[in-house]
Design a protein around this ligand. Structure first.
Ligand code: ATP
Ligand code: MG
Length: 152
């Protein structure tokens, strides 16, 4: 009984503490990976997993499947598979929301001062980083890239 209660508390404490990010191809290409990771770490995020890889068009299409009906879907898939990305699984209290605050608005012209997109993004399409939009999607997205043996 006591053990069950402790386990449950642990799960509640864990809820909402992880998010997934990708540094997108143009930011990797122009050498911003280190500076962007530094901003994430200084923003209070701990790296659980980290990987540089390139998405196939099929995997990029699957990753962004929620946007399949949007007019920019083809462009997004082409772009995200155009070069290497850096994927990371991150940990912090209130991870999903705090990370979206740290990266700023989708369109860098609308992103707040000091945000990653304000500093590093080129355009709404080439906006330097991805951030998960929910706890559930953070876990799904991390599973695209990292096995249980790659999480520390
Ligand atoms: P992400 O999911 O990459 O963190 P986001 O949640 O801020 O970004 P979404 O609406 O989920 O924005 O769009 C996913 C991605 O699709 C954007 O990051 C951007 O690269 C691209 N995108 C969104 N809107 C447009 C648009 N109008 N034109 C071109 N590309 C777009
Ligand atoms: Mg999104």
């Amino acid at each position: 009984m006591l053990l069950l209660h402790t386990e449950k508390l642990k799960q509640i404490k864990m809820a909402g503490t992880r998010t997934f990010t990708m540094i997108k191809p143009e930011a990797v290409e122009n050498g911003s990976t280190g500076a962007i990771l530094d901003k994430m770490i200084k923003g209070g995020f701990r790296i659980i997993s980290l990987k540089k890889t390139q998405l196939s068009p099929e995997l990029a299409g699957k990753f962004y499947e929620v946007h399949k009906e949007r007019p920019f879907y083809g462009e997004l898939v082409d772009y995200m598979s155009s070069g290497p990305i850096v994927a990371a699984f991150l940990e912090k209290d209130n991870a999903v929301l705090d990370f979206r605050t740290l990266i700023g608005a989708t369109d860098p012209s609308e992103a707040a001062e000091g945000t990653i997109r304000k500093e590093f993004a080129e355009s709404k399409a080439k906006n330097a980083v991805h951030g998960s939009d929910s706890d559930e999607n953070a876990e799904i997205e991390a599973s695209f890239f990292f096995t249980e043996f790659e999480r520390f």
